[in-house]
Design a protein around this ligand. Structure first.
Ligand SMILES: Nc1ncnc2c1ncn2[C@@H]1O[C@H](COP(=O)(O)OP(=O)(O)O)[C@@H](O)[C@H]1O
Ligand SMILES: [Mg+2]
Length: 184
């Protein structure tokens, strides 16, 4: 995995698998401090203390299809190999928050990659889940809240409908991606 966006997708997919009805994704870049923070928070089933403590070990998984889970370990690695930190907070029955920080200019920091594409995919392919995506940099903030968009569209028009998808794609590139524009 050479793009942080794919790490984010993997972490968000854990939230979906945990049955979250709301997934919050935050991307915050401070170019003056040379620091970037990525956080994924959900209101899914959460984890026990033991599980949360061992989840950064690749051999921890509740999947039955394979024995190795790499989503969390790779995300942790991406941060720690770029002079950053990694933290996972989880409460059983309440939800989970995964936070990674990075030195933006660190030689080993992976590029962010197609973050907009990942957001578009998550938002349009998961009708049961709401997403609150916030991007912040240099005093600018961009927000995508699917609860607001669903409210406007009404129940009959899914976010994956072609016209809506086209609108969302435009919205994401203008309001989220333009804020850090190519610099990450
Ligand atoms: N947001 C989450 N909510 C609840 N459990 C989680 C969450 N993220 C990870 N887990 C637990 O940690 C395990 C390991 O996750 P991960 O490293 O992504 O590997 P995988 O998803 O392949 O199992 C998952 O199988 C799941 O049991
Ligand atoms: Mg996973």
């Amino acid at each position: 995995m050479r793009e942080l966006a794919l790490n984010i997708l993997d972490i968000a997919e854990n939230s979906l698998r945990a049955g979250a009805s709301l997934v919050q994704i935050r991307l915050c870049a401070d170019f003056l401090k040379d620091e970037m923070t990525i956080a994924v928070e959900d209101n899914g089933c959460g984890m026990s203390k033991e599980m949360a403590a061992s989840v950064t070990d690749p051999f921890t998984t509740t999947r039955t299809t394979r024995k190795v889970g790499m989503g969390v370990p790779l995300f942790k690695y991406s941060a720690e190999s770029a002079g950053g930190t990694f933290r996972i907070r989880s409460e059983e029955g309440k939800g989970t928050c995964v936070t990674a920080t990075y030195r933006i200019g660190h030689v080993d920091r992976m590029p962010l990659g197609d973050f907009g594409g990942v957001v578009l995919q998550l938002v349009t392919m998961n009708p049961q889940t709401d997403f609150l995506v916030t991007v912040q940099s240099g005093g600018q903030t961009g927000v995508l809240d699917t609860r607001e968009i669903r409210e406007i569209l009404g129940e009959d028009i899914p976010l994956g409908a072609p016209e809506v998808r086209a609108f969302l794609k435009e919205y994401i590139s203008e309001n989220l991606v333009s804020i850090y524009g190519g610099r990450l």
